[in-house]
Write a protein that binds this ligand. Structure first.
Ligand code: 6GU
Length: 227
């Protein structure tokens, strides 16, 4: 799978890709991430990429030309499944969207910044708009790392234990049960007896009950959305 990220602040995207599971996915070639600096596509001598908004008002707007040049260059090189714009007024991101996007081959991700981007880019190039939650970030870069991480870990070969992505919180529409590791007792605090019993079927049942209980308590709406 290939991501092409278009951004005004490429530095913000570098570190998250250089560690842990994501690094392994990139090193193995399962995931390719190319970062494009909008400034490299500016035709002005000061490499300007933003300007005042027509009609007045506070905040700069990303200009149409550099972004269009970048998108069109990429689209001339290969077919893209989606051109995604990251913006607080997009569709709310969830596990379901991550699962669906993980089946795609090539994605362009455009990070918004400042007050936004020239609306004509959205009208003519963007095929999907995504928000990662109801709060405002300074730009789409952190949201882009959220997409890359949540999608990258789903790709075949990303996890050492192939089943582990399937037992995530949200993957069945419910939260994960609690987990424990050694020691079986610490400061007098004991691990639930059932987990030490070796009785696989009972352990599975216990985990499922715990997961449902936790979901009822913390996120009841997830259970309602399931049926
Ligand atoms: Cl995708 N971008 C920005 N700037 N803010 C956000 C967001 C995206 N998702 C939630 N807040």
């Amino acid at each position: 799978m290939r991501f092409d990220i278009i951004t005004a602040v490429p530095e913000l995207l570098e570190s998250p890709l250089s560690h842990s599971i994501l690094k392994r996915v990139v090193d193995k070639g399962i995931l390719q991430v190319f970062i494009h600096n909008i400034r490299d596509f500016s035709s002005s001598k000061h490499r300007q990429i933003d300007d005042y908004q027509f009609g007045g008002g506070a905040g700069m707007v990303l200009m149409i030309e550099p972004i269009v040049k970048c998108i069109e260059k990429l689209q001339s090189e290969r077919e893209y499944d989606e051109v995604i714009f990251l913006t607080p007024d997009g569709d709310l991101y969830n596990q379901n969207t991550a699962n669906r996007l993980s089946l795609k081959k090539n994605l362009i991700i455009l990070c918004g910044h400042y007050k936004g981007i020239d609306e004509r880019i959205r009208e003519h190039y963007i095929t999907k708009e995504i928000s990662i939650g109801d709060y405002v970030l300074t730009g789409g870069e952190i949201a882009a790392t959220v997409l890359i991480d949540s999608i990258g870990r789903l790709l075949p070969g990303a996890m050492s234990d192939e089943t582990s992505a399937l037992t995530d919180s949200f993957q069945d529409g419910i939260l994960s049960p609690p987990v424990y590791t050694r020691p079986a007792e610490f400061n007098g605090w004991k691990v639930p007896e059932i987990l030490l019993s070796g009785h696989e079927a009972k352990i599975e049942e216990w985990r499922y009950q715990q997961a449902v209980e936790r979901t009822k308590e913390r996120r009841p709406k997830l259970l309602k959305d399931k049926d």
